[in-house]
Design a protein around this ligand. Sequence first.
Ligand SMILES: Nc1ncnc2c1ncn2[C@@H]1O[C@H](COP(=O)(O)OP(=O)(O)OP(=O)(O)O)[C@@H](O)[C@H]1O
Ligand SMILES: [Mg+2]
Length: 325
Amino acid sequence: MTDPNRDIAPALSVRDLRKTYDNKVEALKGVSLDVAPGDFFALLGPNGAGKSTLIGIVSSLVNLSAGSVQVFGTDLRTDRGAAMRMIGLVPQELNFNMFEKPLDILVNYAGFYGVPREEALQRAEVELKRAQLWEKATLMSRTLSGGMKRRLMIARAMMTRPRLLILDEPTAGVDIEIRRGMWKTLKEINAAGTTIILTTHYLEEAESLCRNLAIIDRGHIVEQGPMKALLAKLDVEGFLFDIDGHLPAQLPAIEGTTLLAEDDHTLDVEMPRAMDLNRVFAALGDAGIRVRSMRTKSNRLEELFVRLTGDNAPGQAAAQPEKAA
Ligand SMILES: Nc1ncnc2c1ncn2[C@@H]1O[C@H](COP(=O)(O)OP(=O)(O)OP(=O)(O)O)[C@@H](O)[C@H]1O
Ligand SMILES: [Mg+2]
Protein backbone atom coordinates (compact mmCIF):
# COMPACT_ATOMS: atom_id res chain seq x y z
CA MET A 1 0.00 0.00 0.00
CA THR A 2 2.74 2.43 -0.86
CA ASP A 3 1.44 5.85 -1.63
CA PRO A 4 2.30 6.61 -5.29
CA ASN A 5 2.91 10.24 -4.30
CA ARG A 6 5.42 9.22 -1.70
CA ASP A 7 8.56 10.40 -3.46
CA ILE A 8 7.19 13.83 -4.21
CA ALA A 9 5.34 14.16 -0.92
CA PRO A 10 6.49 16.83 1.52
CA ALA A 11 8.89 15.69 4.22
CA LEU A 12 6.27 16.94 6.64
CA SER A 13 2.70 17.89 5.97
CA VAL A 14 0.56 19.13 8.85
CA ARG A 15 -3.10 19.97 8.39
CA ASP A 16 -5.34 21.83 10.82
CA LEU A 17 -3.55 20.37 13.78
CA ARG A 18 -5.13 20.93 17.16
CA LYS A 19 -4.03 19.99 20.63
CA THR A 20 -5.88 20.53 23.86
CA TYR A 21 -4.07 19.14 26.89
CA ASP A 22 -5.96 17.47 29.73
CA ASN A 23 -5.74 20.71 31.71
CA LYS A 24 -7.73 22.39 28.91
CA VAL A 25 -4.76 24.37 27.60
CA GLU A 26 -5.22 24.76 23.85
CA ALA A 27 -1.59 24.54 22.75
CA LEU A 28 -2.35 24.28 19.00
CA LYS A 29 -5.40 25.89 17.47
CA GLY A 30 -5.33 24.73 13.86
CA VAL A 31 -1.80 24.63 12.51
CA SER A 32 -1.04 23.80 8.87
CA LEU A 33 2.38 23.71 7.27
CA ASP A 34 4.44 21.88 4.68
CA VAL A 35 8.14 21.24 4.76
CA ALA A 36 9.72 20.27 1.44
CA PRO A 37 12.13 17.33 1.18
CA GLY A 38 15.69 18.55 1.68
CA ASP A 39 14.62 21.76 3.35
CA PHE A 40 16.18 23.39 6.38
CA PHE A 41 13.15 24.76 8.17
CA ALA A 42 12.92 26.95 11.27
CA LEU A 43 10.01 26.95 13.65
CA LEU A 44 10.09 30.14 15.68
CA GLY A 45 7.88 31.42 18.42
CA PRO A 46 7.88 32.83 21.95
CA ASN A 47 7.78 30.63 25.06
CA GLY A 48 4.61 28.60 25.24
CA ALA A 49 3.74 29.19 21.55
CA GLY A 50 3.24 25.47 20.91
CA LYS A 51 6.50 24.54 19.18
CA SER A 52 7.36 21.58 21.39
CA THR A 53 3.77 20.42 21.28
CA LEU A 54 3.90 20.39 17.48
CA ILE A 55 7.20 18.53 17.50
CA GLY A 56 5.89 16.14 20.14
CA ILE A 57 2.92 15.25 17.99
CA VAL A 58 5.01 14.78 14.84
CA SER A 59 7.39 12.49 16.69
CA SER A 60 4.55 10.56 18.38
CA LEU A 61 5.32 11.62 21.95
CA VAL A 62 2.10 13.61 22.24
CA ASN A 63 -1.34 12.58 20.99
CA LEU A 64 -3.06 15.01 18.67
CA SER A 65 -6.60 16.20 19.36
CA ALA A 66 -7.56 16.81 15.73
CA GLY A 67 -5.98 17.23 12.31
CA SER A 68 -3.49 15.19 10.37
CA VAL A 69 0.25 14.68 10.05
CA GLN A 70 2.09 13.01 7.20
CA VAL A 71 5.79 12.26 7.07
CA PHE A 72 7.02 11.75 3.49
CA GLY A 73 3.48 10.82 2.56
CA THR A 74 3.00 8.35 5.39
CA ASP A 75 0.10 9.15 7.66
CA LEU A 76 0.87 9.20 11.35
CA ARG A 77 -2.47 7.74 12.33
CA THR A 78 -2.56 4.84 9.89
CA ASP A 79 1.14 3.94 9.86
CA ARG A 80 2.74 5.37 12.97
CA GLY A 81 5.64 2.92 13.02
CA ALA A 82 6.75 3.69 9.49
CA ALA A 83 6.46 7.43 10.07
CA MET A 84 8.48 7.19 13.28
CA ARG A 85 11.27 5.26 11.59
CA MET A 86 11.83 8.16 9.20
CA ILE A 87 12.24 10.70 12.01
CA GLY A 88 15.20 11.48 14.21
CA LEU A 89 14.34 13.59 17.24
CA VAL A 90 16.51 15.81 19.38
CA PRO A 91 14.17 16.82 22.20
CA GLN A 92 14.35 20.05 24.16
CA GLU A 93 15.44 18.36 27.39
CA LEU A 94 18.50 16.13 27.74
CA ASN A 95 17.04 12.65 28.06
CA PHE A 96 19.82 10.10 27.95
CA ASN A 97 21.13 8.10 30.89
CA MET A 98 23.97 10.15 32.38
CA PHE A 99 25.52 6.97 33.79
CA GLU A 100 25.95 5.38 30.37
CA LYS A 101 28.81 5.93 27.96
CA PRO A 102 28.21 7.84 24.70
CA LEU A 103 29.12 4.78 22.63
CA ASP A 104 26.64 2.58 24.50
CA ILE A 105 23.92 5.23 24.31
CA LEU A 106 24.24 5.35 20.53
CA VAL A 107 24.55 1.62 19.94
CA ASN A 108 21.66 0.74 22.25
CA TYR A 109 19.46 3.38 20.65
CA ALA A 110 20.14 1.98 17.17
CA GLY A 111 19.51 -1.51 18.49
CA PHE A 112 16.12 -0.42 19.72
CA TYR A 113 15.34 0.53 16.13
CA GLY A 114 16.55 -2.82 14.82
CA VAL A 115 19.99 -1.82 13.56
CA PRO A 116 22.35 -4.84 13.90
CA ARG A 117 25.14 -4.37 16.44
CA GLU A 118 28.06 -4.44 13.97
CA GLU A 119 26.37 -1.84 11.81
CA ALA A 120 25.47 0.22 14.88
CA LEU A 121 29.08 0.24 16.06
CA GLN A 122 30.22 1.52 12.67
CA ARG A 123 27.57 4.22 12.62
CA ALA A 124 28.39 5.22 16.18
CA GLU A 125 32.01 5.82 15.24
CA VAL A 126 30.97 8.02 12.31
CA GLU A 127 28.51 10.00 14.40
CA LEU A 128 30.74 10.40 17.43
CA LYS A 129 33.56 11.63 15.22
CA ARG A 130 31.27 14.08 13.48
CA ALA A 131 30.12 15.32 16.90
CA GLN A 132 33.75 15.57 18.03
CA LEU A 133 33.03 13.14 20.82
CA TRP A 134 35.06 10.16 19.68
CA GLU A 135 37.65 10.71 22.42
CA LYS A 136 34.82 10.75 24.94
CA ALA A 137 33.13 7.63 23.57
CA THR A 138 33.74 5.47 26.64
CA LEU A 139 33.56 8.07 29.40
CA MET A 140 30.57 8.39 31.64
CA SER A 141 28.19 10.81 29.87
CA ARG A 142 27.68 12.69 33.11
CA THR A 143 31.23 14.04 32.71
CA LEU A 144 30.54 15.70 29.34
CA SER A 145 30.13 19.47 29.13
CA GLY A 146 26.73 20.98 28.34
CA GLY A 147 27.67 21.54 24.71
CA MET A 148 28.98 17.98 24.38
CA LYS A 149 25.74 16.58 25.81
CA ARG A 150 23.79 18.53 23.20
CA ARG A 151 26.01 17.15 20.44
CA LEU A 152 25.55 13.65 21.81
CA MET A 153 21.78 14.09 21.42
CA ILE A 154 22.26 14.96 17.73
CA ALA A 155 24.63 12.03 17.18
CA ARG A 156 22.09 9.68 18.77
CA ALA A 157 19.26 10.96 16.56
CA MET A 158 21.40 10.33 13.47
CA MET A 159 21.99 6.67 14.35
CA THR A 160 18.83 5.55 12.55
CA ARG A 161 19.75 7.54 9.41
CA PRO A 162 16.51 9.57 9.59
CA ARG A 163 15.16 11.25 6.48
CA LEU A 164 13.74 13.99 8.70
CA LEU A 165 15.74 15.32 11.63
CA ILE A 166 13.79 17.41 14.13
CA LEU A 167 15.61 19.46 16.73
CA ASP A 168 13.87 21.28 19.55
CA GLU A 169 16.19 24.10 20.60
CA PRO A 170 19.35 22.10 20.07
CA THR A 171 21.63 24.98 21.00
CA ALA A 172 19.77 26.35 24.02
CA GLY A 173 22.19 27.57 26.62
CA VAL A 174 25.26 26.72 24.53
CA ASP A 175 27.87 29.43 24.05
CA ILE A 176 28.34 31.02 20.66
CA GLU A 177 31.49 29.17 19.64
CA ILE A 178 30.01 25.75 20.28
CA ARG A 179 26.75 26.85 18.70
CA ARG A 180 28.62 27.74 15.49
CA GLY A 181 30.25 24.29 15.52
CA MET A 182 26.82 22.72 15.79
CA TRP A 183 25.57 24.85 12.89
CA LYS A 184 28.38 23.44 10.76
CA THR A 185 27.40 19.90 11.68
CA LEU A 186 23.75 20.56 10.93
CA LYS A 187 24.59 22.15 7.57
CA GLU A 188 26.59 19.04 6.66
CA ILE A 189 23.76 16.74 7.66
CA ASN A 190 21.33 18.80 5.59
CA ALA A 191 23.70 18.98 2.61
CA ALA A 192 23.91 15.18 2.67
CA GLY A 193 20.15 15.05 2.06
CA THR A 194 18.47 14.99 5.48
CA THR A 195 15.54 17.36 5.86
CA ILE A 196 15.90 19.40 9.05
CA ILE A 197 13.31 21.18 11.16
CA LEU A 198 14.57 23.17 14.09
CA THR A 199 13.11 25.38 16.74
CA THR A 200 15.30 28.02 18.21
CA HIS A 201 15.20 31.14 20.33
CA TYR A 202 18.25 32.48 18.55
CA LEU A 203 16.99 34.37 15.52
CA GLU A 204 20.51 34.69 14.24
CA GLU A 205 20.62 30.91 14.13
CA ALA A 206 17.47 30.67 12.03
CA GLU A 207 18.74 33.39 9.74
CA SER A 208 22.06 31.69 9.11
CA LEU A 209 20.78 28.11 8.76
CA CYS A 210 17.26 27.98 7.46
CA ARG A 211 15.75 28.47 4.02
CA ASN A 212 12.13 28.50 5.14
CA LEU A 213 10.42 29.29 8.39
CA ALA A 214 7.14 29.46 10.21
CA ILE A 215 6.45 31.70 13.17
CA ILE A 216 3.99 30.31 15.66
CA ASP A 217 2.30 32.32 18.39
CA ARG A 218 -0.28 31.15 20.92
CA GLY A 219 -1.09 28.05 18.90
CA HIS A 220 -1.42 29.75 15.51
CA ILE A 221 0.97 30.11 12.59
CA VAL A 222 1.29 33.86 12.16
CA GLU A 223 3.76 33.91 9.28
CA GLN A 224 5.45 31.40 7.02
CA GLY A 225 7.50 31.34 3.86
CA PRO A 226 11.06 31.59 2.56
CA MET A 227 13.44 33.33 4.95
CA LYS A 228 14.61 35.63 2.16
CA ALA A 229 11.11 36.74 1.24
CA LEU A 230 10.28 37.49 4.85
CA LEU A 231 13.43 39.48 5.35
CA ALA A 232 12.84 41.36 2.11
CA LYS A 233 9.49 42.48 3.48
CA LEU A 234 11.45 44.20 6.15
CA ASP A 235 12.84 46.93 4.00
CA VAL A 236 11.83 49.30 6.74
CA GLU A 237 14.44 50.25 9.27
CA GLY A 238 13.81 51.57 12.76
CA PHE A 239 15.92 54.06 14.72
CA LEU A 240 15.70 55.87 18.00
CA PHE A 241 17.09 59.41 17.88
CA ASP A 242 18.13 61.16 21.09
CA ILE A 243 17.25 64.81 20.74
CA ASP A 244 18.99 67.88 22.13
CA GLY A 245 16.45 69.69 24.28
CA HIS A 246 12.76 68.98 23.81
CA LEU A 247 10.76 67.74 20.87
CA PRO A 248 8.20 70.23 19.55
CA ALA A 249 4.55 69.36 20.13
CA GLN A 250 4.04 69.17 16.37
CA LEU A 251 6.52 66.84 14.64
CA PRO A 252 7.49 67.70 11.08
CA ALA A 253 6.21 65.54 8.21
CA ILE A 254 9.07 63.90 6.31
CA GLU A 255 7.96 62.05 3.23
CA GLY A 256 8.43 58.29 3.43
CA THR A 257 9.11 58.23 7.17
CA THR A 258 7.00 57.65 10.23
CA LEU A 259 7.95 59.75 13.23
CA LEU A 260 6.76 59.09 16.72
CA ALA A 261 7.73 60.79 19.96
CA GLU A 262 8.84 58.03 22.36
CA ASP A 263 9.10 60.65 25.05
CA ASP A 264 10.00 64.32 25.28
CA HIS A 265 13.53 63.85 23.90
CA THR A 266 13.46 60.53 22.05
CA LEU A 267 12.21 60.21 18.51
CA ASP A 268 11.19 56.88 17.02
CA VAL A 269 11.88 56.93 13.27
CA GLU A 270 10.82 54.34 10.71
CA MET A 271 12.14 54.76 7.20
CA PRO A 272 12.83 52.72 4.07
CA ARG A 273 16.21 51.03 4.15
CA ALA A 274 17.23 52.77 0.93
CA MET A 275 16.49 56.25 2.25
CA ASP A 276 19.36 58.66 2.93
CA LEU A 277 19.66 59.40 6.64
CA ASN A 278 21.12 62.85 5.89
CA ARG A 279 17.84 63.85 4.31
CA VAL A 280 16.09 62.97 7.55
CA PHE A 281 18.65 64.87 9.64
CA ALA A 282 18.31 67.91 7.37
CA ALA A 283 14.52 67.94 7.53
CA LEU A 284 14.64 67.58 11.31
CA GLY A 285 17.19 70.41 11.48
CA ASP A 286 14.85 72.65 9.50
CA ALA A 287 12.21 71.98 12.14
CA GLY A 288 14.66 72.94 14.88
CA ILE A 289 15.26 69.36 16.03
CA ARG A 290 18.89 68.48 16.65
CA VAL A 291 19.80 64.80 16.83
CA ARG A 292 22.46 64.13 19.45
CA SER A 293 22.84 60.37 18.98
CA MET A 294 20.98 57.47 17.46
CA ARG A 295 20.46 53.74 17.97
CA THR A 296 19.08 51.06 15.67
CA LYS A 297 16.00 49.52 17.17
CA SER A 298 16.66 45.81 16.56
CA ASN A 299 17.84 43.28 14.06
CA ARG A 300 15.59 42.42 11.15
CA LEU A 301 14.26 39.02 12.02
CA GLU A 302 13.78 40.16 15.59
CA GLU A 303 11.84 43.11 14.29
CA LEU A 304 9.56 40.86 12.26
CA PHE A 305 9.17 38.59 15.22
CA VAL A 306 8.22 41.37 17.60
CA ARG A 307 5.84 42.81 15.07
CA LEU A 308 4.06 39.48 14.73
CA THR A 309 4.06 38.19 18.26
CA GLY A 310 4.11 41.22 20.53
CA ASP A 311 6.70 41.65 23.19
CA ASN A 312 7.84 38.08 23.71
CA ALA A 313 10.91 38.45 21.54
CA PRO A 314 13.27 35.50 21.81
CA GLY A 315 16.05 37.69 20.46
CA GLN A 316 16.63 38.95 23.96
CA ALA A 317 17.88 35.50 24.83
CA ALA A 318 20.36 35.77 21.99
CA ALA A 319 21.96 38.81 23.52
CA GLN A 320 23.14 36.96 26.59
CA PRO A 321 23.55 33.26 25.96
CA GLU A 322 23.73 31.41 29.22
CA LYS A 323 26.23 28.73 29.66
CA ALA A 324 24.77 25.26 29.97
CA ALA A 325 24.70 23.73 33.40
N1 LIG B 1 2.07 18.18 29.09
C1 LIG B 1 1.40 19.32 29.13
N2 LIG B 1 0.25 19.42 29.84
C2 LIG B 1 -0.43 20.57 29.88
N3 LIG B 1 -0.10 21.70 29.22
C3 LIG B 1 1.04 21.66 28.49
C4 LIG B 1 1.83 20.48 28.41
N4 LIG B 1 2.88 20.74 27.62
C5 LIG B 1 2.75 22.02 27.22
N5 LIG B 1 1.65 22.59 27.75
C6 LIG B 1 1.15 23.95 27.50
O1 LIG B 1 0.95 24.11 26.13
C7 LIG B 1 1.40 25.38 25.69
C8 LIG B 1 2.45 25.23 24.60
O2 LIG B 1 3.62 24.66 25.19
P1 LIG B 1 4.87 24.20 24.34
O3 LIG B 1 5.80 23.48 25.24
O4 LIG B 1 4.40 23.49 23.12
O5 LIG B 1 5.48 25.61 23.90
P2 LIG B 1 6.89 25.98 23.23
O6 LIG B 1 6.58 26.84 22.07
O7 LIG B 1 7.69 24.76 22.99
O8 LIG B 1 7.57 26.86 24.36
P3 LIG B 1 9.13 27.01 24.77
O9 LIG B 1 9.72 27.97 23.79
O10 LIG B 1 9.06 27.60 26.13
O11 LIG B 1 9.76 25.66 24.74
C9 LIG B 1 1.88 26.10 26.94
O12 LIG B 1 0.82 26.88 27.42
C10 LIG B 1 2.19 24.98 27.89
O13 LIG B 1 2.04 25.39 29.22
MG1 LIG C 1 9.47 24.09 23.66
